[in-house]
Design a protein around this ligand. Structure first.
Ligand code: ADP
Ligand code: MG
Length: 192
């Protein structure tokens, strides 16, 4: 049994799509075991997107470079650098701002393979590359080109832990142990 952290980001909250998105997880049979509607502090945002996780920072930088190459845009011209770590750090600042634009709805889902399942339901980080049927594919169209040219983070509705280790790091940042509940959903009886 795994747990994962999902956050409905400010664009999902402001567009009134919380219920729509939550229902997609509910109908799969994933169990919500904790939930909070919260205005994120800069401290929480900084911890959630840690400055020392180099692979995460470089990964964001790489997504930008790939998208810029495809569009024939020079990253040095637009962002002042082509270094993936430098771009990653820049995006992280935009991301921390984005997460504080309005309240977010954070929750923990529990179920077998829940980390992988939830990532599949969310789709690709870049909505442009997210297939129809996924949350990011169905509800948004942002790209790193659009986002980075406007000097902001990609608005992609939802955060979901990327791995079991990431979930184990993230969940305690958002929830105390006594805010996470244990109960039975009917699927557990049906599936045996
Ligand atoms: P994911 O949310 O799919 O796990 P990452 O962990 O790589 O993606 O990035 C965290 C968040 O940062 C993304 O969901 C998105 O909002 C933002 N982001 C990622 N890459 C970029 C980028 N190249 N430009 C702007 N924002 C980005
Ligand atoms: Mg991630």
């Amino acid at each position: 049994m795994e747990q994962t952290l999902v956050i409905l980001k400010p664009d999902a909250v402001q567009r009134g799509l919380m219920g729509e998105i939550i229902s997609r997880f509910e109908r799969i049979g994933l169990k919500m075991v904790a939930a909070r509607f919260v205005m994120v502090t800069s401290e929480l945002a900084e911890k959630h997107y840690p400055i020392d996780r180099e692979s995460f920072l470089r990964g964001m930088g790489e997504k930008t470079l790939e998208n810029y190459t495809k569009m024939g845009v020079d990253p040095v011209d637009k962002l002042g650098t082509a270094d993936t770590l430098e771009i990653g750090k820049m995006i992280r600042e935009w991301l921390i701002q984005y997460m504080q634009e309005s309240p977010v709805f954070a929750f923990v889902l529990e179920g077998p393979h829940v980390v992988e399942l939830v990532r599949k339901v969310c789709g690709h980080t870049l909505p442009l590359l997210s297939p129809p049927g996924t949350i990011r594919g169905d509800f948004c169209f942002d790209s790193s080109y659009l986002a980075n040219t406007a000097k902001r983070a990609i608005k992609n509705m939802v955060h979901a832990s990327g791995s079991v280790e990431e979930a184990q790091y993230e969940i305690p940042l958002w929830f105390a142990k006594d805010q996470i509940f244990s109960y039975t959903r009917v699927e557990e009886k049906v599936m045996g």
